[in-house]
Design a protein around this ligand. Structure first.
Ligand code: ZN
Length: 306
């Protein structure tokens, strides 16, 4: 078990992972306003949108307009999700307002076929080409592996298979690998063992944990990941987001719940929790429904003597 760190990195994925999974299309101006609020919280990494096919995911059809108009502080690194080579072509045609791309695939054949309609090997070959073109344009690449900790269709996913995929992505130029617990199947013991193996297999690479709170174990898994040496996390303000397949696989961990826990533990994130709660409250107003975040409901911890 490792010493807890004094500081961790958080990438906010709500504007992509969250907005994509809303049944309604959020007006572009509202998206921009919410992203700019996030940019004002001290977050240094924000996944802003995705270059997916507009007919498949109309919720993010305004990627260019969002990137064009959104104003973020200089030290915020904006990333976009790239589903395939055609998505990268569109992103490079536009080429503005983002510094990182994030390419993804699943660790199980069934989830990959249901999510992107092709076998893992085909996705990997596509990502190798995507990363190579993106890097030649000076973009930083993150590879994200969905269902790394268990698949709703296939059950157990062997760690060796996940790490073999991660090695291919690293060889293709990924500087960071995100491991997604896409449908909330991971437990803390598994997470600790998983990351111990991952650090052995992928020395020198930034390894990021992307947990979902589907079964309420998200923050327990964060603690296990911290103890295994993970220093980079992805989460979503308000607890927005989920996964398109299977239906009902909702809930990234809420960024404000994550930030609250870390700050209470003495771990710095650089994020202003009150400003973050404001952003989630604004998202709640835009969506017209209560969001799942606990800190949004309870408010930040107040240690004042009464
Ligand atoms: Zn997610």
């Amino acid at each position: 078990m490792q010493e807890l760190p004094s500081r961790v990195q958080i990438r906010e994925v709500g504007p992509r992972d969250g907005f994509q999974n809303e049944p309604e299309v959020i007006p572009t101006a509202e998206k921009i306003r919410l992203i700019e609020m996030l940019g004002g919280t001290g977050l240094r990494r924000i996944e802003v949108t995705s270059f997916v096919r507009p007919d498949v995911i109309p919720q993010l059809a305004d990627a260019e307009q969002v990137l064009d108009a959104v104003r973020l502080p200089q030290d915020v690194s904006a990333s976009v999700l790239i589903p395939n080579e055609r998505g990268l072509e569109r992103a490079l045609r536009y080429r503005g307002g983002f510094q990182e791309i994030n390419g993804f695939l699943s660790a199980s054949e069934t989830h990959n076929r249901k999510n992107v309609g092709r076998p893992i090997e085909e996705s990997l070959c596509g990502l190798e080409r995507t990363f190579s073109s993106a890097r030649s344009e000076g973009l930083r690449c993150e590879g994200v592996i969905s269902v790394s900790f268990g698949c709703p269709y296939e059950g157990h996913v062997p760690v060796e298979r996940v790490l073999a995929i991660a090695c291919r992505l690293a060889d293709a130029g990924a500087e960071e690998i995100g491991f997604g617990d896409t449908t909330g199947m991971a437990n803390p013991v598994q997470v600790r063992e998983f990351f111990a193996s991952a650090f052995d297999a992928l020395p020198g690479l930034e390894l990021t944990a992307h947990f979902h709170n589907t079964r309420g174990q998200g923050l327990a898994n964060v603690l296990a990941a911290l103890e295994a040496g993970v220093r980079s996390f992805e989460s979503s303000f308000g607890e927005l987001g989920g996964c398109p397949v299977p239906p009902g696989a909702t809930g990234n961990i809420a960024t404000e719940d994550l930030v609250s826990m870390l700050h209470e533990m003495g771990i710095d994130t650089g994020i202003d929790l009150a400003a973050l709660v404001e952003a989630s409250r604004a998202a709640q107003a835009v969506l017209g429904r209560s969001l799942g975040s606990h800190v949004l409901t309870a408010g930040p911890v107040d240690w004042a003597d009464h």
